[in-house]
Design a protein around this ligand. Structure first.
Ligand SMILES: [Zn+2]
Length: 95
């Protein structure tokens, strides 16, 4: 009986250790992915160029022309856009 108790404790301890290791591995994988993809185009993988446009940092891919904006930057640009085209894009996120 006592052996069972300690065996169970061991199993729980090992299980906790495995969970912690898995979380650690996941965090490391996320960090590696960030290092690998940071400042890279999500479409073609080229390094993005940063342009300052009306106080907003816009990442533009020199290869395929993809544009990357941070959260809030689209709102900032849409506020200056009289045609309403950017506001139209914003509405995608408000559904
Ligand atoms: Zn690209």
């Amino acid at each position: 009986m006592e052996d069972d108790y300690f065996a169970r404790l061991d199993r729980e301890r090992i299980e906790k250790l495995r969970t912690a290791e898995a979380a650690q591995a996941e965090a490391e994988a996320r960090e590696a992915a960030r290092a690998l993809h940071h400042h890279k185009c999500g479409k073609c993988g080229s390094s993005m160029d940063t342009h300052l446009h009306r106080g907003v940092q816009v990442e533009v891919c020199p290869q395929c022309g993809a544009v990357l904006l941070d959260k809030g930057e689209l709102e900032t640009l849409a506020g200056e856009d009289k045609s309403g085209a950017l506001a139209g894009i914003l509405s995608i996120f408000r559904k």
